[in-house]
Ligand binder design. Structure first.
Ligand code: UDP
Length: 470
């Protein structure tokens, strides 16, 4: 990644403390730093510790790596004022409310930085889900960039939530968005208006309107029509997919990629090297949301029945070190050991981009979806919550790069092994889905290269930032 001349702009980036938010925020940090902006990247203490420790065997972490590349990125920690990744699980309410605790620490940090740093902070780049951040920027007379880590479809649906409410119970029509079933709406539009999560998100969507810029981790080739329909009301600049450039530009070595992973990554290369092309299905559900034991059992038996090889990222909920065998059917690990690998965590992008992997069985988190698209892999969607049902609808119905296993109508229903096995086979053998996914991969490559729409949009935001600061 080349670094352009210094702009004299100092931005602090505040991601929401969660894996799916920190990963793209780090990529955004690198891109802004490569355009000459000095970055202070803010993490809560335990995220700071685990990210720096997770790679201690190599002595390199994502931040020291960025600095080695000549990028001006400083990592700073604020106290642990929100629950960490392990504690989140079902406690979404507590987590949402606790995000406000970050405000006073970030305000104090900015004051300290301004005393000790020759270049004062001029801009806050913050996750849209941190509803306090844009008002704080206004209070401190700083510019603000609101960073939306999901797709623009979900932004637009939430922005137009009053429309969704008015049409409750029927098919929902939102400008620029193909008609949606109520079951596909993001979770926060299905809850009562008094719910804590709904109140937190409503505030975010009031304050985002005051941001100087909104940038989204998506790309125009995927969502141009949604962005266009929203443009008169809200200008959202698509600058994604925000992924390590080695996975978007094959000329860069992938071994040099250093991630911002919460956990130690197991190396799956040897297992994959021994398998034929497109013969392995990669299975990974949310890094956060839990799944019932009976559903895990059906998934295990379904994968086994499908006869495909697999890598499955599986951890004991809450107990990081506990054995996963207790969650799996008796004998499963032994009977599948020739063709299956169960790991607690891996470098997902490295696995997805290996030629032996032919499909992704996923909860349809937005980062996972972008990662799958960027390497041209079809997906089998098993959404669990949040906005994942909307993502799954895009994957299966709109872009036709995958199949859906679970609908938002009946989330208590356990999906049986036969249906799972049948859809795994259809996914791995479906040529049309694969071709559609590969076409999208090619669009991604065009959008992120120099002069592509995602690169130009970021350039535009940086140019406007410079103009406003002069
Ligand atoms: N991830 C990973 N290794 C794993 C499982 C997940 O690196 O073994 C990463 C994945 O590449 C993605 C993130 O964790 O970048 C998960 O984000 P996503 O938005 O897909 O889902 P969330 O966990 O936020 O629901």
């Amino acid at each position: 990644m080349e670094c352009e001349g210094k702009t004299g702009i100092h931005a602090i980036i505040v991601p929401l403390p969660g894996q799916g938010h920190i990963n793209p925020a780090m990529q955004l940090a690198k891109k802004l730093a490569s355009k000459g902006i000095a970055i202070t990247f803010v993490l809560t203490q335990s995220w700071h510790n685990t990210i720096t420790d997770a790679h201690s065997s190599t002595g390199v972490n994502a931040f020291s790596h960025a600095r080695n590349l000549g990028l001006e990125i400083e990592l700073v920690a604020i106290p642990d004022c929100v629950p960490g990744e392990f504690e989140r699980g079902n406690k979404l309410y507590k987590f949402s409310q606790s995000l406000d605790n970050m405000e006073s620490h970030v305000e104090e940090l900015i004051k300290n930085l301004n005393q000790s740093n020759p270049t004062p902070v001029s801009c806050i780049v913050s996750d849209t889900f941190l509803g306090w951040a844009v008002p704080l920027a206004k209070k401190l007379r700083l510019l603000s960039v609101s960073f939306w880590t999901q797709n623009v479809l979900v932004f637009s649906i939430t922005y137009h939530s009053y429309l969704a409410e008015r049409q409750a119970g029927s098919v929902i029509h939102i400008p620029g968005v193909t008609p949606l079933q109520p079951a596909d709406l993001p979770l926060w539009l299905k809850l009562s208006p008094d719910d804590v999560v709904v109140r937190v998100i409503s505030r975010c969507f009031q304050t985002v309107r005051e941001a100087d810029w909104v940038v989204a981790n998506s790309f125009l080739g995927l969502e141009g029509h949604v962005v266009e329909a929203l443009w008169e009301k809200m200008r959202v600049y698509c600058v994604g997919p925000l992924l390590p450039s080695a996975y978007l530009d094959l000329s860069e070595p992938r071994d040099s990629v250093v991630g911002t992973s919460y956990r130690v990554e197991m190396d799956c290369t040897q297992f994959l090297d021994d398998k034929p092309p497109k013969s392995v299905i990669y299975v990974s559900f949310s890094s956060v949301l839990p799944m019932s034991t009976s559903q895990i059992e059906e998934i295990a038996m379904g994968i086994k029945e499908s006869d495909y090889s697999f890598i499955w990222v599986l951890r004991h909920p809450g107990k990081e070190c506990a054995e996963v065998s207790s969650m799996l059917p008796d004998g499963f690990l032994n009977e599948t050991k020739q063709r299956g690998l169960v790991v607690p965590w891996c470098s997902q992008l490295k696995v997805l981009s290996h030629p032996s992997v032919g499909g992704f069985f996923s909860h349809c988190g937005w980062n996972s979806t972008l990662e799958s698209i960027s390497v041209g892999l079809p997906m089998l969607g098993f959404p669990l919550g949040a906005e994942q049902f909307a993502n799954c609808k895009l994957i299966a119905d709109d872009w036709k790069i995958g199949l859906r296993l679970r609908s938002g109508d009946d989330t208590d229903k356990v999906i049986g092994r036969d249906e799972i096995a049948e859809k795994v086979r259809r996914l791995m053998e479906g040529e049309e889905m694969r071709r559609a996914a590969e076409r999208l991969r090619d669009v991604v490559k065009m959008e992120v290269r120099k002069g592509g729409t995602s690169d130009s949009n970021l350039e535009r935001v940086v140019d406007e930032l410079k103009t406003k600061l002069i």
